[in-house]
Design a protein around this ligand. Structure first.
Ligand code: C5P
Length: 397
């Protein structure tokens, strides 16, 4: 799986840097081409000579070579790579990556990398548990980086806890699995709706909902990572994507979302309806801001919005798969299965607001999948990135 892959191995200044030698050997043995980039403090823990001898390439650490003045282009490196692995990643480098502090070659390379990034933290348990580290790791996750979680165990300080870098074999396996599943949606076109819709009442007010778009964008990232050409028709959200395989069409209202979906769906193999679409919209948007009148309470007359999922269900061909979501507060299973049938879906992903950590705004979700053959699969609470993986895997299966 890793044969011929271009891997940047980033090494930062932690005790676990000695393990990077084994990781480098595993990559080289698997036929990958590896460019080591090491931070100045990383060199205190492991010598560049060992790393260049094993990788067959000079190790990069500075922006240019002192005696020749040769410039090392982090941009070229970032474009060259199929993957960037930072192992070990210290609390300091994690903070720099999370906040764009580009003061060494490794961080500039990270900021220039277009390829998937894998980060294996390694630090003492208290540093790992500090809210600052936790927040930085969450930030990295929100950029789509893969965190290879550290294990519990004895640390260099002899304390026992979470912070031990995943073993080289574990990191190697993680990348192997990543590339194994990497291109199974190659050549496929996927339409995803995400986020809320805003239905205008007047120039400053709207009917909306709490959807953050996180679930839809996570599914888009996962599909794009596996080679799909993805279009997100997105309601107003504060998140974005850097993936070159994802095209985002921004809309506000359900009607606009509907219009865009009808245009795009005929070219797609899959459509995943994760948007929280408003069922009703004001009949008209007032031209000017509605003023507070002394005695009169304004009445907003509503009209039904189109059901986007149902209308795609009507025009769906046998070669297309349509996936819906059901966010329920009660009578969850019955409602989900009823929607699956009524909207002519192939599969529906249920999440219940009864489950802690599921639904709007959270970084986690807990889902149950029902398909049109009557199967039901329940999953535990996971990060939205992991849930996206489960959903895509189910669709492919
Ligand atoms: O009927 P309900 O809104 O619960 O259905 C949820 C599913 O239908 C989601 O997949 C949602 O994106 C989709 N939907 C839609 N257009 C609507 C309402 C819901 O596509 N107007």
């Amino acid at each position: 799986m890793l044969k011929g892959k271009h891997i940047i191995l980033g090494i930062t200044g932690g005790i676990a840097a000695y393990k990077s030698v084994s990781l480098l050997r595993l990559f080289i043995k698997a036929g990958a081409e590896v460019q080591v980039v090491i931070t100045p403090s990383g060199k205190e823990f492991i010598t560049p000579v060992t790393l260049s001898a094993l990788s067959g390439k000079p190790v990069v650490s500075e922006f240019f070579t002192a005696n020749s003045g040769e410039w090392h282009s982090h941009v070229d490196l970032g474009l060259w790579a199929d993957a960037m692995v930072i192992a070990p990643a210290t609390a300091s480098s994690i903070a720099k990556m999370a906040n764009g502090v580009a003061d060494n070659m490794l961080i500039t390379t990270y900021l220039s990398a277009k390829a998937p990034v894998f980060i294996a933290p390694a630090m003492d348990l208290d540093m790992m548990a500090h809210p600052s580290t936790k927040r930085n790791i969450e930030l990295l996750k929100s950029y789509g980086n893969h965190i290879i979680e550290p294990a519990e165990g004895e640390l260099a300080s002899h304390l026992i806890g979470k912070g031990r870098m995943e073993e080289p074999e574990g990191i190697f396996e993680y990348l192997k699995n990543f590339f194994a599943s990497s291109q199974d949606l190659s050549g496929k076109k996927v339409l995803i709706t995400a986020g809320p819709t805003y239905e205008k009442i007047d120039p400053v007010r709207f009917i909306g909902n709490y959807s953050s778009g996180k679930m839809g964008y996570a599914i888009a990232e996962e599909a794009a990572r596996r080679g799909a050409e993805v279009t997100i028709v997105s309601g107003p959200v504060s998140i974005s994507t850097n993936s070159p395989n994802i095209n985002v069409i921004k809309v506000e209202s359900a009607r606009d979302m509907h219009k865009e979906c009808l245009k795009i769906f005929p070219q797609c193999e899959y459509a995943i309806m994760s948007a929280a679409v408003a069922d009703y919209a004001p009949v008209e948007c007032a031209e000017n801001k509605i003023k507070r009148e002394k005695d009169e309470i304004p009445v907003i007359k509503l009209t039904k919005n189109p059901d986007i999922a149902a209308s795609l269900g009507e025009i769906k061909t046998p070669k297309q798969k349509l996936i819906g979501f059901a966010l329920e507060t009660n009578n969850e299973e019955v409602n989900a299965v009823e929607k699956l049938k009524r909207k002519n879906l192939d599969m529906i992903v249920l999440n219940s607001l009864q489950d802690k950590g599921a639904g709007f705004g959270t970084d986690t979700n807990k889902i149950t999948i029902f398909d049109c053959e009557g199967n039901k699969t329940t999953y535990p609470l996971k990060s939205k990135n992991e849930v996206a993986k489960d959903i895509i895997e189910y669709i492919i299966k």
